[in-house]
Ligand binder design. Structure first.
Ligand code: FES
Ligand SMILES: [Fe+2]
Length: 376
């Protein structure tokens, strides 16, 4: 049987006694310099992006020792590898000799990594283990040398990393928090299969993309949902847990039933924004990860990952989920089109202020968390 997530005794996120909006949700204005200022982007790199846990790849992409993924974003290049003891390790992909990128591409089963320029070699943790003509250096230059480590961990079938290294962010599960771990945990993403991954390069700031997936106010206009769906959509609930947030968006025509069940993930999109750059769009039977990879102040790689359960030979499941994924690809392409419209206007003198309503409160919350990290 195909796995069906159930919430057990996880807290209710919709229905009886659950407010539609979190306490403190209010309309707000935001100066658009937060999307445009290159100096701010530099600070976001070091103080927000490099100091937070971010998704790098699926655990299944680095299954065997030496399997490795080269990940690049916000000016950084890192390697994450499967260690011989089964854990994951990561290090900055920068040769400690004269700065060449050590590993060009993701690959399988590497016993060590060699820089092509002068053949310095590195182990899975980024320690320098070989220096040709070592005696020509001072011992102090090369003894015990390593490329700086990246802190890595796994949860939900994902490899996560903190680029600034160990001990900078709280441990992964603490960073995600009990609510998110419990809520997202019921989907057993670690058992899901990666079916598809789509990538776009957009000329917008990364936060424009996260904003776009932090509300469903745009659904009636951009995605042309029916009048009834738009009305039901007004009964979506919004919440935040620490820096993260969620919304529960009712499926078509299910509102009365949704109000009665604890298993609202079976009748709604449960949608989780995992600070800073990931959004999980959890449909009842399959999940999309929307991942913004900041590249420059006005450049972002936008990825959509499609996860499905093992169909276990269930042709109906496979057929339904495949058809739904095809429809969702069209929906996501509509979001991408609108990011291009934001890009087209981004240098206009008239682009000065974003105005958020109280149902866009998750955006307001997200920007306040970014600001807090910048101010810390
Ligand atoms: S730059 Fe890598 S070995 Fe010289
Ligand atoms: Fe959308």
């Amino acid at each position: 049987m195909v796995f069906v997530p159930t919430r057990g005794d996880a807290p209710l996120r919709h229905g009886e006694g659950v407010p539609l909006l979190p306490e403190g949700a209010e309309p707000s204005d935001l100066d658009v310099s937060v999307y445009l200022d290159p100096e701010r982007f530099e600070l976001e790199r070091t103080k927000v992006l490099n100091r937070s846990w971010q998704i790098i790849c699926r655990s299944s992409e680095i299954e065997a020792p030496g399997d490795h993924v080269v990940w690049e974003g916000h000016g950084e290049t890192i390697v994450v590898t499967r260690r011989r003891d089964g854990g994951v390790a990561g290090f900055h992909n920068v040769c400690m000799h004269r700065g060449a990128r050590i590993v060009k591409e993701s690959g399988k089963g590497a016993r060590r990594f060699a820089c092509r320029w002068h053949n310095w070699t590195y182990d899975h943790e980024g320690n320098v283990i070989g220096v040709p003509d070592r005696e020509d250096f001072c011992a102090a230059q090369v003894d015990g040398l390593a490329s700086p480590p990246v802190e890595c961990d796994e949860w939900g079938g994902w490899v996560w990393a903190v680029l600034a290294g160990p001990g900078v962010a709280p441990p992964l599960l603490e960073f995600l928090g009990e609510d998110l771990v419990q809520d997202l945990g019921v989907y057993r993403m670690q058992d899901m299969l990666l079916i598809d991954k789509l990538t776009w390069e957009l000329e917008v700031n990364w936060k424009v993309v996260i904003d776009g997936f932090n509300e469903n106010y745009h659904a009636p206009a951009l995605h042309k949902v029916s009048a009834q769906d738009a009305k039901d959509g007004r009964e979506s609930t919004f919440a935040w847990f620490g820096p993260h947030g969620m919304m529960v968006v009712p499926y078509k025509g299910v509102l009365p039933k949704l109000k009665e069940t604890r298993d609202h993930q079976s009748l709604a999109i449960c949608h989780y924004t995992v600070f800073p750059t990931s959004v999980f769009n959890n449909n009842p039977s399959h999940i999309q990860l929307f991942r913004a990879v900041p590249l420059a102040v006005d450049r972002t790689r936008f990825e959509t990952w499609e996860l499905q359960y093992d169909p276990q030979g269930d042709v109906e499941y496979l057929d339904a989920v495949t058809r739904h994924w095809e429809r969702l690809k069209v929906v996501v392409s509509e979001d991408v089109e609108i990011y291009n419209e934001v890009s087209a206007a981004r240098r206009s003198s008239a682009y000065t202020t974003n105005r958020f309503n109280d149902h866009e409160c998750k955006i307001t919350h997200f920007h306040s968390v970014v600001q807090q990290m910048l101010d810390a």
